[in-house]
Design a protein around this ligand. Structure first.
Ligand SMILES: *[C@@H]1O[C@H](CO)[C@@H](O)[C@H](O)[C@H]1NC(C)=O
Ligand SMILES: *[C@@H]1O[C@H](CO)[C@@H](O)[C@H](O)[C@H]1NC(C)=O
Ligand SMILES: *[C@@H]1O[C@H](CO)[C@@H](O)[C@H](O)[C@H]1NC(C)=O
Ligand SMILES: *[C@@H]1O[C@H](CO)[C@@H](O)[C@H](O)[C@H]1NC(C)=O
Length: 445
């Protein structure tokens, strides 16, 4: 497999550079296996995700699109057969045309701009206030990258496809970060880049002053075609931030020192708004205890080890140790192909239809078994219904005969599996900064 000028390549360039360091964290107590509600007097906040306001996604082919987006996000070459399938699909759907200018009517073909379809559960957007007075943008919180970038008054209007922009001139606290630029490019040629400002950013009432806000002067079509997504909030480690010549800290790294506990939690839900919390753990959001596992930060991701898996009710764990990252910005669960193959081998009629559908598909009539990822001693159970990701040959599950799997193979040669939303929405997840670890707990589903 090839890495082009992928996010990883771009980021690893900076691994050799010294980081801007955060102010030292106050020493805090270890979290232990059980939740704590802060009594430290620090700030806590909770925000709700907003449902997509312009959800029109092309229904057909959304599985292939999700996979392509994951590939491109990580700078992996999209296999030619998948690419040509998508190309065909987009032509068929009339989506290879101009993305349009933000027609909010659901039936509008311009709304269908989403060449990267805005399928439900494909991403989770959260309101973020930027500037003075505050401008609210809906941003994709992404634990798989480390840049906070937005559509802005500097983004050429023909690249804006309905997004809300950050108007720099209207913010009295916006200041250019002189000489700084940012640039992320992906394996399929999609990219964004631009200038850097510092400004006041508030999420759920927590305010960071002089947060690096990366203003897009150039976004590729794939971003233009996501009308709901006004930008991203990177929540991986700051060593992946692409601002040069001086890397910038993520919002979380900046906010962490003010939080009651140096962590955020993700409680993503299937087909309904979930939430992220910063600085505290809400005991009503999970069942039982949280299991904490070590995180290897050397690559800049929330990287952990999975020891294997179980399918359905099987009491036998299949040993298959692999590295994985927890990535809220990826839709599917992408595992090593031998694991995906072993899972779908249990499903009558399932095939890897890379050429016709972009990945593993199965008859929609099948009731899928659960998939349990073994992570340390913790069994993370993904219900079978979450693995029935999308219909392939119909507009709804009801009129389709073939369905696309929420578990797919990670690109060959990729250094780790990507545990995206299909996995994360089955769990309550703690992203703990400072002494980094991940916490996982079952939750009401
Ligand atoms: C938006 O799309 C709808 C449906 O196609 C159309 O009737 C309407 O005129 C469009 N509005 C604009 C401003 O383009
Ligand atoms: C914008 O990005 C495209 C594709 O990456 C590139 O070809 C183009 O030169 C860029 N334009 C500007 C003005 O930077
Ligand atoms: C951490 O991850 C890196 C990159 O995947 C790997 O080379 C290294 O061996 C890992 N360290 C540990 C302690 O597992
Ligand atoms: C798995 O176990 C549940 C509960 O015991 C049972 O209802 C279900 O039929 C079992 N499924 C399979 C495939 O054995």
């Amino acid at each position: 497999m090839r890495f082009h000028h992928g996010a990883i390549a771009a980021a690893s360039f900076f691994l050799t550079q010294s980081l801007v360091s955060a102010a030292p964290l106050e020493k805090r107590g270890s979290l232990g296996p059980v939740f704590e509600i802060s009594t430290l007097g620090g700030l806590t906040f909770k925000i709700s995700q907003v449902p997509n306001k312009k959800f029109y996604g092309a229904r057909k082919g959304r599985g292939a699109m999700a996979i392509a987006r994951a590939y491109s996000k990580y700078g992996a070459a999209i296999p030619d057969d998948l690419l040509s399938y998508i190309q065909k699909l987009l032509e068929e759907l009339g989506l290879l045309q101009n993305p349009g200018s933000g027609n909010d009517t659901a039936a509008s073909p311009q709304g269908e701009v989403a060449a990267t379809p805005q399928m439900f559960d494909s991403e989770y957007l959260c309101p973020v206030q930027i500037g003075t007075p505050p401008q609210t943008l809906n941003l994709d919180f992404d634990t798989g990258s480390s840049d906070l970038w937005v559509f802005s008054s500097e983004t050429p209007s023909n690249q804006v496809g309905g997004q809300t922009i950050y108007n720099i001139q209207q913010s009295s606290t916006a200041k250019i970060l002189a000489g700084a630029s940012w640039d992320i490019s992906y394996g399929d040629g999609s990219s964004s880049g631009g200038n850097v400002y510092t400004d006041t950013v508030s999420i759920g009432g927590i305010t960071v002053e002089q947060q690096a806000v990366e203003s897009a002067t150039n976004v590729s079509l794939a971003f233009t075609q996501r009308p709901d997504t006004d930008g991203l909030v990177g929540l991986a480690f700051s060593k992946l931030n692409t601002v040069r010549p001086t890397q910038q800290l993520t919002f979380f790294d900046n906010a962490m020192r003010d939080l009651a506990l140096p962590l955020f939690t993700a409680n993503l839900k299937a087909s309904e708004p979930g939430n992220y919390n910063f600085g505290f753990i809400d005991p009503t959001e999970f069942n039982g205890q949280i299991t904490y596992i070590p995180v290897n930060t050397s690559s800049g991701f929330w990287q952990f080890t999975s020891e294997g898996f179980k399918v359905g009710n099987s009491s036998t764990m299949v040993a298959a140790t692999h590295q994985a990252i927890a990535d809220t910005g990826t839709t599917l669960l992408l595992v090593p192909d031998d694991i995906a193959a072993a899972y779908y081998a249990q499903i009558p009629g399932a095939v890897n239809a890379a050429q016709t559908a972009g990945g593993y598909v199965f008859p929609c009539s099948v009731t899928l078994p659960s998939y349990t990822a073994m992570i340390g001693s913790y069994p993370a159970v993904i219900p079978g219904k979450f693995i029935n990701f999308a219909p392939v040959d119909g507009n709804t599950f009801a009129d389709a005969t073939t369905c696309f799997g929420g578990i797919q193979a990670v690109p060959a040669g990729f250094p780790f599996a990507i545990y995206g939303d299909v996995f994360l929405k089955s769990q309550f997840v703690v992203f703990q900064g400072g002494e980094t670890q991940l916490g996982l707990a079952p939750k009401p589903i």
